[in-house]
Design a protein around this ligand. Sequence first.
Ligand SMILES: CC(C)(COP(=O)(O)OP(=O)(O)OC[C@H]1O[C@@H](n2cnc3c(N)ncnc32)[C@H](O)[C@@H]1OP(=O)(O)O)[C@@H](O)C(=O)NCCC(=O)NCCSC(=O)C[C@H](O)C(=O)O
Length: 353
Amino acid sequence: MTEWTDPETFAQALEQVETKEKGNCFEDFAEGDVIEHDPGLTLTQFGNEQWMGQTLNHDPAYWRTDAAEARGFDEPPVHPDYLTAATLGITVEDLSEKGGYFLGRTDVRFPESPVYTGTELHVESEVVNRATSSSRPEYGIVSWRTRGKDAETGDVLCSYERTNMIPRREPLATDGSGATATEDDDEPELPDTFVTPEGGYYEDFVEALETAADEDAAVAYRHERGRTQDDVTVAQLPLSTLNTAKQHHNVDVMSDSPSGNIVTYGDVTRSTALGHARSDEQTWREVGFDDESFHTFVAVGDTVYAFTRVLSAENDASSDRAGTVTFEHIAFNQDDEPVYSGTRTAEIQKRSN
Ligand SMILES: CC(C)(COP(=O)(O)OP(=O)(O)OC[C@H]1O[C@@H](n2cnc3c(N)ncnc32)[C@H](O)[C@@H]1OP(=O)(O)O)[C@@H](O)C(=O)NCCC(=O)NCCSC(=O)C[C@H](O)C(=O)O
C-alpha cells in the first residue's frame, strides 16, 4: 500500500478530507446573540511592557513606580491600549477568525480606576447589528458590543462597539450594481492657518484653541516619529493577545485575499499612532475613543506616522490636576495615506500643578 506521505497520495487525501473549521461566518451571527468568550488571559507586566515598548507608548507612569505614584496609581498600571487590544484579541476566535477586516469601533470606554497587572480578563460580546455589504457580496458587516471584565469581581474594565466585514458562507446574489466610487471634484476645504500648541499641557491646548478661534485656523500638527511594521508588530503582538485572526500570521491564506498579504492588527496601528501623539503631550488619563475607522491596510515594511487635530478642551476632568481634551488622531503611512482615524478624549495634565 502507498505511504500517505507520498506527495501524490497526500495531495489527494487533502482534497478529499473535511477541514475542521475555525471561526464563524456572517450567517452564524444573529442580532441579540450573547457570546461568552472561552479564551481569557492574565494581563501581565511582560505583555503590557511588550505592547507599550513596541508601539512607542513610553509614558513613565506605566513604566516607573515613582511616576505611577505621582499620577495617583499604586504601581504602574495596565496601559489602556494593551487592555483594549487584549479585550478584542480574546474575542477573535469567536467573532472574526474566519477573516474579513476590522472596519471600525466606537464608544471605547474605561472606568476611572486603573487596572493592575495580574488581573484576569473575561470577555463577552453581543451581536448588535448585522448588515449586507452592498459593495462586497462575499462579505456581510457585523457589529458587536464587547465588555472586558475582571474575572474575579465582574467589574467592566473596557467596553466598546466594533464592526467587521465577515465572510459569508454563501456569497449574496447581486445584480452587480453595488456601490460605485463617486468622483469627488470638491476642492479640499482646509483653514488658512494651522496652530501648533507650544507644549503638551492642558493650558497649551486651551491657548492654541483660543488663538485658532480668532482666525480661520485649526489646531493641527504632525508628530515626527514613525514605526515601520515588522514581524513583531504584525504577527507577534496580536498573537500575544490571543488574537487568532489569520490576517496577521498566515501569509499562505492571505496571499489570496483583498490585502494580498498579512496586515497589521488595527489595535497595533492605532496604538502606535497614539504613542506618537502622546509623546507630544502630558497625558493624565484616557477617557475614551469614538468613531474609529481603518481606511486601508498596513503591512510589513509600511511605516505608521501620526497627525493630530485638537477639537476641544474643557476644564471638567476627574482630577483638578488635569483638563479634558478631545483630539482627532489620524494614522498615516509613508505615502501619506490615512490608515486609521478616530476621536480620543483624554485628561491632560495642567502645567499649574
Ligand atoms: C476592507 C476594505 C478593503 C474595504 O474597502 P472597500 O471595498 O473600498 O469598502 P469600504 O471601506 O467602503 O467598506 C466596505 C463596507 O463596509 C462599510 N463600512 C466601512 N467602515 C465601516 C464602519 N466603521 N462601520 C460600519 N460599516 C463600515 C462600508 O459602508 C461598506 O459598506 P457597503 O457599501 O454596504 O459594502 C477597506 O475598508 C480597508 O482596507 N480597510 C482597512 C481594514 C484594516 O486594515 N483593518 C485593520 C486590520 S484587520 C484586523 O485588525 C482584524 C482584527 O484582528 C479582527 O479580528 O477584527
